[in-house]
Design a protein. Structure first.
Length: 412
């Protein structure tokens, strides 16, 4: 094994294979901005996932303060751990009394990567095995699945082997499939159709969440979303998993469809189902419909089936403060939690409003400034906040007519 290069991520020093010297200018420019590959190092490490790993530390720190885990030790698996960067950050950045509760295992098929993982985390068990076999070997309470591509091949094993109460964090980097850009892959892997429109990334998150929920139900389990994120090249959902046949039986209540340019009848159905706080008045760009609503699968306005329930837990979002992120994970942690606290009060609001679309629906020459729009909506007596994805976008519980009126007032 060649001498390691030490890289600082968060507050954690991490040993990696040295960066290759013969990288092209294009590879150097791209490094850290999207999916990594072995053009940079002989073992896989993706610096673009640093913010994702920061949120993982923060979520684990939060969950270990709750009563979700009723046992002193937590059986924890990083199912595709590569050089062990996530495990290393858990052990380094969590308070010592919490890190000591973790019974950690890392798995990967890359022998060289595991040599570096063992250097980074000498007291952790690493297995050079297929992650699906490792998943089935124990009742895991915390599972992280972060593959290259789709997580679908690992979900069945993960759900089948999860403890009665567990947390799963699941990443997908096959965004072309999830956002509908690759329609055949989307249908083949996820059994859904997604419109490639302004809401494609929100639809992708809801599709991944629906896939996780359906797999859970097949094993008499239900999920409760904790956190969802879209960053550049990847989509990630974090959920509580609970064994409950009764909850699994009502899965369809959390599934449905997204429709573009909805009809008046569809807006009424969405509003009555509690899926559309903007109400049924006026022409609107999108709404979510319940699974029971009759749709035509050849209708090009339709995306789904999708998860229509909340994508976040309100208390988890409220815990993602900049101060806490910096305390646990270092001075560069702010981007990982930007806007999350602001979304806490609207965590259960299903709609996302893309501000660049507003001029199509009212008499203005361009999109309003988000600060002015939020201020105007709040003065009208409703909630509004900047959304982390869909930029520029807001979340709000205001009626559509109020949003349009405020938009026009922004230009008075």
């Amino acid at each position: 094994m060649t001498e390691a290069e030490i890289v600082l991520e968060g507050r954690t020093e991490h040993r990696l294979p040295p960066a290759k010297e013969d990288r092209t200018e294009k590879q150097l420019e791209r490094h850290g901005k999207g999916p990594a590959d072995k053009a940079h190092r002989s073992a896989f490490h993706n610096p673009a996932m640093a913010d994702c790993r920061t949120r993982s530390v923060l979520l684990m720190d939060y969950m270990l303060d709750t009563e979700w885990f009723n046992k002193p030790q937590i059986h924890t698996l990083d199912a595709l751990c590569a050089t062990g960067s996530r495990i290393n950050r858990w052990l380094t950045e969590l308070p010592p009394e919490k890190a000591e509760r973790l019974l950690l295992v890392g798995a990967d098929l890359d022998e060289e990567a595991l040599e570096y993982a063992q250097q980074n985390c000498p007291n952790v068990e690493f297995r050079n095995e297929d992650s699906r076999q490792v998943l089935l070997s124990s009742g895991w309470q915390w599972v992280d699945i972060d593959p290259f591509g789709s997580p679908v091949p690992f979900l069945d094993s993960a759900m089948q082997s999860s403890a009665r109460r567990a947390v799963m964090e699941i990443t997908a980097t096959d965004t072309a499939a999830l956002t509908g850009s690759s329609a055949s892959a989307c249908l083949r892997r996820y059994g859904a159709k997604i419109r490639t429109d302004e809401m494609a990334h929100d639809s992708a998150l809801r599709l991944l969440m629906a896939t996780v929920a359906r797999t859970a139900a097949q094993h008499d389990r239900c999920i409760m979303p904790l956190l969802s994120s879209w960053d550049s090249h990847h989509i990630r959902v974090s959920v509580k998993v609970h064994r409950s046949i009764q909850a699994a039986n009502v899965l369809e209540e959390q599934l449905g469809w997204r429709v573009a340019s909805p009809t008046a009848e569809e807006l009424v159905a969405a509003t009555e189902a509690g899926l559309h706080p903007q109400g049924s008045e006026g022409e609107q760009p999108f709404c979510l419909l319940p699974f029971s609503h009759p749709i035509r699968r050849d209708d090009r306005r339709i995306s789904g089936p999708l998860w229509t329930g909340p994508l976040f837990d309100q208390d988890v979002l409220a815990s993602m403060t900049v101060e806490r992120a910096i305390t646990l994970c270092g001075d560069d942690a702010e981007p990982a939690v930007r806007h999350l606290v602001g979304e806490a009060a609207l965590a259960s609001t299903p709609s996302l409003i893309i501000t660049d679309m507003l001029p199509k629906f009212c008499e203005v020459g361009g999109p309003p400034k988000i600060v002015d729009l939020i201020d105007g909506i709040e003065k009208a007596g409703y909630k509004a906040t900047t959304a982390r994805w869909g930029a520029p976008a807001i979340r709000s519980n205001a009626p559509w007519t109020t949003i349009l009126q405020v938009t026009e007032n922004c230009f008075d």
